[in-house]
Design a protein around this ligand. Structure first.
Ligand code: ATP
Ligand code: MG
Length: 253
């Protein structure tokens, strides 16, 4: 693939596209992952490609919820692997949570490739691989209903970046607290999650890791207070207000 000139005004965005398209070529990402990335790009444009204050608030609540969890799990798909393999591995070691591969278009080859990438990035425990024991989550059908017995099936808190709305709903219906990273604040995923971080995964994960490191030393009562104060619907509204304010400014100028 052609090199992207560093002085290109959309350099960072083009680098992400390159990572995504290479992951597709290498069989890590299904075709629909390319489309999902495109939809994400559009919403990121509306956010000004920066982490807005409501996202920072959600990141703090997410870090807290993950630290309070008895059995947290991080769900990983093709897009997450393509963009942020190193960071999900680092987060998993910071909060001592296993990574679990969950794919919409699940093939043994893709699962295998993702597992290798995660392990090459230092992952100690990767669930969701081919030979593992699964149980189905109530309310879903087919390969998407699968939850690793050791992982999501018994998890209390699940971080699911870029997840589909109906799987988030099913996870909630099965008693899980769901944290998602989702650029579209009006998607079903955003609306059904317990904590929605409206930000690009590549910006949100490093901030989430920092918050975990900072909050780890806090008293449990302080952590409970942070989670109890957080209101996801209110925070989503604020995210939308940021987007709308930007639109209004553009109309005026
Ligand atoms: P719904 O949540 O309503 O079911 P959907 O899941 O069907 O919508 P998709 O296009 O399948 O929508 O999912 C892709 C979602 O992932 C989009 O909402 C997009 O904004 C989000 N997304 C894509 N790339 C990123 C990224 N790098 N960081 C955060 N979110 C992203
Ligand atoms: Mg979604």
């Amino acid at each position: 693939m052609q090199d992207i000139p560093q002085n290109h005004p959309r350099y960072h965005s083009l680098i992400l596209r390159k990572k995504i398209s290479e992951a597709h070529k290498n069989g890590v990402l299904a075709e629909s992952g390319l489309i999902a990335h495109g939809r994400g790009e559009a919403f990121d444009y509306l956010l000004g490609e920066k982490t807005i204050p409501p996202a920072k608030k959600a990141i703090e609540a997410a870090a807290t919820q993950l630290l309070l969890a008895k059995h947290p799990v991080i769900s990983v798909n093709g897009n997450t692997t393509a963009l942020s393999a190193r960071e999900v591995v680092q987060l998993s070691s910071e909060i001592e949570a296993p990574l679990e591969i969950n794919l919409f278009y699940r093939t043994p080859d893709r699962v295998d490739k993702i597992e290798k990438i995660l392990k090459n990035n230092g992952a100690k425990k990767v669930l969701g691989s081919i030979n593992q024991k699964y149980l189905p989550l109530n309310g879903l059908e087919g390969p998407r209903s699968l939850a690793s017995m050791e992982g999501i099936y018994q998890a209390d808190v699940v971080l699911v970046p870029l997840e589909d709305g109906d799987r988030v709903q099913a996870l909630q219906d099965n008693g899980k607290t769901v944290i998602t990273v989702e650029l579209n604040p009006i998607s079903r995923t955003a609306k059904t999650s317990s904590i929605t971080i409206v930000d690009n995964l590549i910006r949100a994960l490093p901030l989430l890791i920092k918050q975990v490191q900072k909050l780890k030393v806090q008293e449990r009562s302080r952590l409970v207070e942070i989670v109890e104060k957080f209101d996801n619907q209110e925070n989503l509204k604020k995210s939308l207000e940021f987007i709308l304010a930007d639109f209004k400014d553009s109309v005026r100028s």
